[in-house]
Design a protein around this ligand. Structure first.
Ligand code: PMP
Ligand code: GLN
Length: 389
C-alpha cells in the first residue's frame, strides 16, 4: 500500500458492520436504511433491466433522462438552472463524485479546507489527489445551550484557515456526523469568503432532503457561487437505495468537464438501469419527500429521547441520519473504547466520531448513532442501552 493511503486502513463502516454481524448486535453504526425505498422505483429499475435500457455502457455523462431529471430537480427545488447536457454529470454515488472532483481540481500541495469532523472518504480523496487537508473544527455549544447542544462553525476560524495555498473548500450540509445544518447566514458568509479569496467549493449535499429543523439552502444559490461551486448529491439517502450508488454533480461546463476527465478513468460510466429508475424517482410528488422527512423526524426524536434517558449528552440533529452524543455524562471519555465494548455490553453498535477528526482530542468523547432504522429496532436499541449503561 502506498504512502498516500497507508494511514487510512479499513473504513470504520466496514469494521463496525462486521462487528455487528459477529456479535449479533443492533447496527446503529453504518448509515443505511433497513427498509428499501419506494416499490415504484424498484419496479422502474426492473423495467429498465427487462427492456434492455442501460444494460450496455450508458453515455459517459449519464443517461439523458437522468441528467434532465437532475436539472429539473435543481430548478424546481432551488431555482438553480443547469443545462442537462453540459452542466450535469452522473457518478457512481456521491463518493465517486467527491473523489473525481478532488482529483480533477486539486494540484499536489494545494490546501483543501474541510469541516471537521468529516466524512471518512474526504481525507482519503484529498490524499489521493496529493492535497493537504486543513480541518476547521465544528465545536459543540455544550450542555449549557438552552436549546440543547449543537455543533457550530466558527466563521473566524474558517477565515483564518485560508492561505495563499488554499485551492478549495470542501463543505457538507446537512453535516455527517454532527447533524448540523448550516444556516443561510453561515452559508452567505462562506460564499463571501470564497468569492473574496477566489476559492472553488465542492459541496456535499447528499442529505439535502433530510432536514428536520431549518432549511437546506444550496451554496451554489448565493451570489458569485454558481460559477465556483461543484454541487454533489446522490440517490442513496433521498430514495433509500444506498446500494444503487447513483450520484451526481452539477456545476459549470468547465467544472463538470474537469470532473468528467477524472471520472472517465475511475469508472468510465455508472451502472445503467438504476439511472433510469432514479430519473423516475426524482419526479416523485412532493408528498414522497415530505413523508420521508416526517418518518425520519419521528425516528430522530425516538432515538434522541432514548439516548438522553440512557444518560448520553445528546446533540441536536437538524438533518441527516445521525445523532451525535457526548459520552462524558456516562463517566466515559474514549469513544473508540466505548464503541469497541458497546456490542458486548449493550448489544448495540455505534461509531466513534474520532475517526472523522484530525484533532483526536476534539473528537474523543463523541459517538454517533444512526436512526434510519425501523421503529421497532430503535425501540429495542434504546431499551438495551437504558438497561446496560
Ligand atoms: N457524503 C456523505 C456526507 C455521506 O454521509 C455519504 C454516505 N452516506 C456519502 C457522501 C456517500 O454517498 P454515496 O453512497 O452516494 O456514495
Ligand atoms: N455514509 C454512511 C455513514 O456515514 C455510510 C457509507 C459507507 O459505508 N461508506 O454511515
Amino acid at each position: 500500500l502506498n504512502r498516500r493511503l497507508a494511514e487510512f486502513g479499513t473504513t470504520i463502516f466496514a469494521e463496525m458492520s462486521a462487528l455487528a454481524v459477529r456479535t449479533g448486535a443492533i447496527n446503529l453504526g453504518q448509515g443505511f436504511p433497513d427498509t428499501d425505498g419506494p416499490e415504484s422505483v424498484r419496479e422502474a429499475a426492473v423495467r429498465a433491466l427487462r427492456d434492455g435500457r442501460g444494460n450496455q455502457y450508458p453515455p459517459g455523462p449519464g443517461v439523458p433522462e437522468l441528467r434532465e431529471a437532475i436539472a429539473e430537480h435543481q430548478a424546481k427545488r432551488y431555482g438553480l438552472t443547469y443545462d442537462p447536457d453540459r452542466e450535469v454529470l452522473v457518478t457512481a454515488g456521491a463518493t465517486e463524485a467527491l473523489a473525481a472532483s478532488l482529483l480533477a481540481l486539486v494540484e499536489p500541495g494545494d490546501e483543501v479546507i474541510a469541516l471537521e469532523p468529516y466524512y471518512d472518504s474526504y481525507a482519503a480523496s484529498i490524499a489521493l489527489a496529493g492535497g493537504t487537508r486543513v480541518p476547521v473544527t465544528l465545536r459543540s455549544t455544550g450542555p449549557d445551550d438552552p436549546q440543547g447542544p449543537r455543533f457550530r462553525l466558527d466563521l473566524d476560524e474558517l477565515r483564518d484557515a485560508v492561505t495563499d495555498r488554499t485551492r478549495l473548500l470542501l463543505l457538507n450540509t446537512p453535516h455527517n456526523p454532527t447533524g448540523t445544518v448550516l444556516t443561510r447566514e453561515e452559508l452567505a458568509a462562506i460564499a463571501e469568503l470564497a468569492v473574496e479569496r477566489d476559492l472553488l467549493v465542492v459541496t456535499d449535499e447528499v442529505y439535502e432532503h433530510l432536514v428536520f429543523d431549518g432549511e437546506h439552502v444550496p451554496l451554489a444559490s448565493f451570489p458569485g457561487m454558481r460559477e465556483r461551486t461543484v454541487t454533489i448529491s446522490s440517490a442513496g439517502k433521498t430514495f433509500s437505495f444506498t446500494g444503487w450508488k447513483v450520484g451526481w454533480v452539477t456545476a459549470t461546463p468547465e467544472l463538470v468537464s474537469a470532473v468528467r476527465s477524472a471520472k472517465q478513468f475511475l469508472t468510465f460510466v455508472s451502472a445503467g438501469p438504476f439511472q433510469y429508475a432514479v430519473a423516475e424517482a426524482l419526479a416523485l410528488p412532493d408528498s414522497y419527500f415530505h413523508e420521508l422527512r416526517e418518518d425520519l423526524r419521528a425516528k430522530r426524536d425516538l432515538l434522541a429521547a432514548g439516548l438522553a434517558d440512557a444518560g448520553f449528552g445528546v446533540h441536536r440533529t437538524q438533518g441527516t441520519y445521525f445523532v451525535t452524543t457526548d459520552i462524558r455524562p456516562l463517566g466515559e471519555s474514549d469513544g473508540f473504547a466505548f464503541c469497541r465494548d458497546l456490542p458486548e455490553r449493550a448489544g448495540v453498535v455505534a461509531v466513534p466520531n474520532a475517526v472523522f477528526y484530525d484533532h483526536q482530542d476534539a473528537g474523543a468523547p463523541f459517538v454517533r448513532f444512526a436512526f434510519c432504522k425501523r421503529e421497532s429496532v430503535l425501540t429495542e436499541a434504546v431499551a438495551r442501552l437504558g438497561t446496560a449503561l
